[in-house]
Ligand binder design. Structure first.
Ligand code: FEO
Length: 171
């Protein structure tokens, strides 16, 4: 059974939103790098890679359901933030927005009794819990670090450890 045109269009928009997320985090990565915070930059670059796999996963699904993908343009992301805390607060807010978009897609799939799409989207529902929790965790740590450069550098070292791993469900 084919996915509905409306749902295919909404999912296509989600592909673009995931690629925008990648773009946003890549921009944040460059900003952290320019401030000498290479660990934060590494974390953001890894996150940018992960977002590409999210977009790719939805792109593949639309094709599997024999529907048309409409790829719109990707907006330019901001290039500057006031502080590392402001950048992570923006990332956290962005993830909350993405969660809302995923929830809207689930509601749409459910309304259409498209249970395959609802089941497919469940992976993203769970992923968003993880995404929000991770971003909020770093916001909290940055809040604790405050204006102490030593605490910021410790966190930078910790975030420098993150390595990209292809999510199992996106293989
Ligand atoms: Fe793909 Fe960060 O949500």
């Amino acid at each position: 059974m084919m996915i509905s045109e409306g749902l295919a269009a909404a999912m296509s928009k989600q592909v673009v939103a995931e690629f925008y997320s990648s773009y946003l985090y890549l921009s944040m990565s460059a900003w952290f790098d320019s401030r000498g915070l290479s660990g934060f930059a590494n974390w953001m670059k890894t996150q940018a890679q992960e977002e590409l796999t999210h977009g790719g996963k939805i792109f593949n699904y639309i094709g599997e359901r024999d529907a048309e993908v409409e790829l719109g343009s990707i907006e330019a992301p901001p290039a500057k933030w006031d502080s590392p805390l402001a950048a992570f607060k923006a990332a956290y807010q962005h993830e909350q927005k993405v969660t809302g978009m995923i929830n809207d897609l689930v509601a749409m799939a459910r309304d259409e009794r498209d249970f395959a799409s609802e089941s497919f989207l469940q992976w993203f529902v769970n992923e968003q819990v993880e995404e929000e929790s991770t971003a909020k965790g770093i916001v909290d740590q940055l809040t604790i670090a405050g204006d102490h450069p030593q605490a910021l550098l410790m966190l930078d070292r910790e975030l420098g450890q993150r390595v990209f791993a292809m999510p199992a469900a996106a293989e």
